[in-house]
Design a protein around this ligand. Structure first.
Ligand code: ZN
Length: 297
């Protein structure tokens, strides 16, 4: 399909196969590069099968290349289209080909970014609903408040908080008790070996007894993100987005916005995970487990 870029430049989207290219009305094969000036790249392609380069001096079989628009130096005023392999383009047309590639990529990205922004603007209402649902119906606000109260209202001591934060960073939720070998255990082992034990051998006699695991330990760090995302960052992004006029944005603004919108759905999924962590962490039984086994955390 032919599409137009911002300045009315013609671009061609998704050439699926060679036939589609060869059937274009202006397409010509065996084009002598000395007879034409390259005007611009219309499209890039990556075909499953190889076919020859459209330039008469090349004809190299390839899969990846560009559909280009050329002006004839003499004869018909009608422009023609041909195809050039991605390697030979730069070899034959030199630095201008690189420039053409850059401007083609920029034109294509302009269209992509603007489409992304327009699509996202259409989804603002849906995203707002989603935030509301996550906060009020799925219990995001309540889960955040429960963990915050535990942390801020000293439900959890400062030293324990630091230990839990370290565990959250390491993703380590299992808790074990370690019992050093008793004097008697050591004596028994030494009499069996018929010699004194080394320090390392004594350490090896320490017994590890698994006690259980802390549910949702990451909540100790992530609870703040539940609030910052659902109350501050995401609503701010949506109001900024809503105020945009995509048709008036220049390339740098489009690029900035495409980065800002990148991974938006993944952000919502992450916040859902944070909320689940907060819920699991703040369960009475979990807090009880933490308090009972505090010396091993
Ligand atoms: Zn070629």
């Amino acid at each position: 399909m032919d599409i137009l870029s911002d300045d009315g430049t013609q671009l061609v989207e998704n050439l699926k196969n060679w036939e589609e290219m060869f059937n274009r009305p202006r397409y010509e094969k065996n084009v002598d590069p000395h007879d034409v000036n390259m005007v611009r790249i219309l499209s890039s392609y990556e075909m499953s099968e190889k076919n020859t380069c459209g330039l008469s001096i090349c004809k190299q079989p390839h899969n990846k290349g560009f559909l280009v628009l050329c002006k004839r130096k003499s004869g018909s005023a009608l422009p023609l289209e041909t195809n050039i392999g991605s390697v030979c383009g730069a070899n034959i047309f030199g630095v201008t080909f690189k420039e053409q590639q850059n401007s083609y990529n920029r034109d294509l990205n302009t269209i992509r970014y603007r489409t992304l922004i327009e699509d996202s603007i259409c989804k603002v209402g849906f995203y707002r609903e989603r935030i509301h649902k996550m906060r009020k119906i799925d219990g995001g606000d309540r889960a955040y408040a429960l963990v915050r109260n535990l942390v801020d209202a000293h439900g959890i001591q400062f030293s324990l908080k630091t230990k839990l934060e370290r565990r959250a960073k390491l993703g380590n939720n299992s808790v074990s008790a370690f019992h050093k070998a008793s004097k008697r255990d050591i004596e028994l082992e030494e009499s069996m070996k018929g010699r004194k034990l080394t320090e390392a051998e004594r350490a090896d006699l320490t017994q590890e007894i698994p006690l259980g695991s802390i549910a949702g330990v990451r909540a100790i760090i992530d609870y703040k993100l539940v609030k910052s995302e659902l109350v501050n960052e995401l609503p701010k992004l949506l109001s900024d987005l809503e105020a945009l006029k995509p048709e008036e944005l220049h390339f740098t603004e489009l690029t900035m916005w495409s980065k800002r919108l990148d991974g938006l759905d993944e952000r919502f999924i992450k916040v859902t995970d944070y909320i689940e962590d907060c819920k699991r962490f703040s369960l009475e039984s979990n807090i009880q487990f933490i308090k009972e086994n505090i010396e091993w955390i």
